[in-house]
Design a protein around this ligand. Structure first.
Ligand SMILES: [Cu+2]
Length: 151
């Protein structure tokens, strides 16, 4: 099985004729469009919420000068990839997920989200919210992906 997967990889990506073969067998609309979630030069994911289809890759890119993380919020995660906990390294760190069934994938950055006793990000606001040194309340660094089925 491993050999077969490698063979497919070699045919698609290493063969000098792969581009023309691929173009003949799949129209451009059949190719999954990669959706990006960016960490700009501040502690947030943008866009906050995206909708993708099963099989459509999601790419996180960290454009900040600090490390961040992508952690699945498994109390609400119905889209698979449970237990995700990865570091997005500063200055261009990347992480890709491809969802195989419909659901929602809420996630947060464990460096920049305060969690309550149930490991959920605490909502902004004066009652237990995140407050900076200047007294401003912010939003926990989190986001959500909605994954739609094939039909
Ligand atoms: Cu972060």
């Amino acid at each position: 099985m491993r050999f077969c997967k490698m063979s497919v990889f070699l045919i698609l990506f290493a063969c000098p004729f792969s581009t023309s073969v691929f173009a003949q067998n799949a129209s451009k609309s059949d190719l999954p469009v990669i959706r990006q979630i960016i960490v700009p030069d501040e502690d947030r994911f943008t866009p906050f919420a995206i909708t993708v289809r099963v099989g459509q890759p999601v790419l996180w890119v960290n454009n900040d000068t600090d490390d961040h993380t992508v952690v699945s919020n498994d109390a609400f995660n119905t889209a698979g990839h449970r237990g995700v906990n990865v570091v997005l390294k500063a200055n261009g760190g990347k992480f890709v997920l491809v969802f195989r069934h419909p659901g929602v994938f809420p996630f947060y950055c464990r460096f920049h989200s305060m969690l309550d006793a149930h490991h959920q990000p605490i909502a902004p606001g004066p009652d237990g919210g995140i407050q900076d040194a200047n007294g401003n309340f912010g939003t926990p660094m989190n986001g959500v992906i909605t994954v739609l089925g094939d039909d």
